[in-house]
Design a protein around this ligand. Sequence first.
Ligand SMILES: O=c1ccn([C@H]2C[C@H](O)[C@@H](COP(=O)(O)OP(=O)(O)OP(=O)(O)O)O2)c(=O)[nH]1
Length: 148
Amino acid sequence: MRSRGFEVVSTWEKEGIRIPVRKTASSAGYDIESGRDMDILPGKVTLIPTGLKAYMGEEEYLAIYIRSSMAIKHGLILINSTGIIDADYYNNEDNEGHIMVAVYNTTSQPFHISKGDRVAQGIFTRYLKADGDEAKGLRTGGVGSTGK
Ligand SMILES: O=c1ccn([C@H]2C[C@H](O)[C@@H](COP(=O)(O)OP(=O)(O)OP(=O)(O)O)O2)c(=O)[nH]1
């Protein structure tokens, strides 16, 4: 039985996309790499495609955080502070569940990222449901897919 994990998005160039790993026995985060070469321009939001999707249990999500060194040494932040990858994002009909890392370059200089550079980390997390919660909707895509 499988619980949670990562897969390469089928439409993405598989070459050079590595399934995330934790670097040490007690690291919480799975290191997530950029799926392509990119220039992260100052003062702009850039979506970094990862070439990855994640599957998990129903009451779990994958929390995406910046790698500390990207923030502290290079001034990159996540524009949404923490990316929430919902369990039902996996294999959605729009983009298959492609995980995007939404970065903002706080410096005045462009920052180059190569395919395979570790940019973010993902931590699988459990959440709790409120009494009377009977949500049944189906996710069809990514950011803003359930409204505006
Ligand atoms: O940094 C992020 C944040 C979100 N997502 C994907 C996964 C998530 O399941 C989906 C929707 O994100 P969220 O629910 O945070 O955005 P929303 O603006 O509330 O959109 P929706 O109306 O689709 O829920 O977009 C990413 O790939 N990267």
